[in-house]
Design a protein around this ligand. Structure first.
Ligand code: CMC
Length: 389
């Protein structure tokens, strides 16, 4: 192993550099457990498949953030509070109207989420009421922001939430201006459950790093939204649909893969740092897509996706590369009439639950993140005057 000098340690020492922190534990957590070999995912000890079948997104959010399933009265109170805080201040709406319509909705969401810190500037992160209120505000307002930007960029005014509609149905209503079919609303709610948490992925790590400085929760969520936006993370769900369109037809899937693999291009929606088998969420999302197709008609892209999965298995399977959560989610959202560039903001609507759970957990045993580096740059250079360079 190479000997390096590390910061604050002038003696050479043998340390292993792990780019991307692969396999390096940086915290203890009791929120989410992934078995990447069996393809198993649990939130607070409950299997994801059971939660998707029996729970609601808000109940799962409560479980993630406070550690246990809520009692009936806790859940009622939480749902009521969320419903009361769904609206955005006219100032936030007006600010959003100044955003360029051509901007990406993730950028709009990141800016809008960060702006909440201006409106709720008290920073009392050791006060349980402050924490509860911040959780409620963020879970309630993030979907309203996503829906508002969608209407604003079409030149319309955002519509107000409907108090008679539950969380997911209300979001789809605010987005499409139509009350959704109950099956569509339920499938959407189940998608939110599946995306709500996934241990120390890049955006959650980003949330924890930001939280560790003891800043406010709006900054924590805004930094996580920015991290989620990248194509190697949440942004992959958009690229999957682009890729399926490029493949065109099921019979061309093998040819597409051979060309992509040969040119070292990543197949979007495939591969995962944790899973060496098919992501359990991908299997569940595939079944949700099929439920929607049975009711509302098939999407021809689904056959392309299945062909790509089948053709990828002999080519990428031996390296442990299988479909991840992003592979089938876009097909579900497409069937729900959601535009492609809203797929990642929808991921954020859901993942805010996990980020907030990690925010609380980080605060409960905080130590500011400050890793070290191995300096490989120039040393002791002599200053060259401008005229001599
Ligand atoms: N297509 C083709 N080859 C792949 C893929 C892929 N999707 N993913 C990994 N590989 C290969 C990679 O080329 C490398 O091969 P080699 O060892 O020959 O150089 C090997 O597998 C290891 O890849 P890696 O990029 O070092 O693995 P990682 O653990 O750092 O990457 C990943 C995980 C998710 C970033 C990566 O699989 C990837 O870029 N996938 C495509 C983007 C994607 O779908 N992202 C969504 C991730 S899941 C949801 C989320 O986090 O938001």
């Amino acid at each position: 192993m190479e000997e390096f000098k590390i910061e604050n340690n002038q003696e050479p020492t043998s340390i292993e550099l792990r780019p991307g922190l692969e396999g390096v534990p940086v915290t203890q957590s009791s929120i989410c457990d992934i078995d990447g070999i069996k393809g198993d995912l649990k939130y607070r000890g409950y299997s994801i498949a059971e939660l998707a079948q029996k729970s609601s997104f808000l109940e799962t959010t409560f479980l993630l953030i406070w550690g246990n399933l809520p009692t009936a009265s806790q859940l009622r109170e939480f749902e009521n509070q969320i419903q009361m805080h769904r609206r955005l201040s006219f100032r936030v709406r007006d600010m959003m109207k100044c955003f360029p319509e051509s901007g990406h909705p993730m950028d709009a969401l990141q800016s809008s989420a960060a702006s909440l810190g201006l409106f709720y500037s008290r920073r009392a992160i050791d006060d349980p009421k402050y924490i509860y209120d911040a959780v409620v505000r963020l879970i309630a307002k993030i979907p309203t922001m996503v829906a508002a930007f969608q209407l604003i960029r079409k030149g319309q005014d955002p519509i107000q939430p409907r108090d008679d509609l539950p969380y997911s149905a209300n979001f789809l209503y605010m987005l499409t201006e139509k009350e959704p079919d109950p099956l569509a609303a339920r499938v959407f709610d189940r998608c939110l459950i599946l995306h709500a948490e996934h241990s120390l992925n890049a955006s959650t790590f980003s949330a924890r790093v930001t939280a560790s400085t003891l800043t406010d929760p709006y900054a924590v969520i805004a930094s996580a939204v920015g991290t989620l936006a990248g194509p190697l993370h949440g942004g992959a769900n958009e690229d999957v649909i682009k890729m399926l369109q490029e493949v065109q037809t099921p019979d061309l899937a093998g040819k597409y893969l051979d060309k992509a693999i040969k040119s070292k291009q990543k197949i979007m929606g495939f591969g995962h740092r944790e899973y060496k088998v098919k992501d359990p969420r991908a299997s569940l999302l595939q079944s949700f897509a099929e439920e929607l197709f049975a009711r509302f008609g098939k999407d021809e892209m689904y056959d392309v996706a299945k062909a790509l999965e089948a053709e990828a298995s002999p080519r990428l399977g031996p390296k442990g590369i299988y479909p991840n959560v992003d592979f089938y989610s876009g097909l579900v959202y497409r069937k729900l009439g959601i535009p492609r560039d809203l797929f990642t903001p929808i991921f954020a609507i859901s993942r805010v639950a996990g980020w907030l759970a990690h925010w609380r957990e980080q605060l409960s045993a905080n130590r500011i993140f400050r890793p070290t580096q191995i300096y490989k740059g120039e040393k002791d250079r002599n200053w060259e005057p401008l005229e001599d360079r």
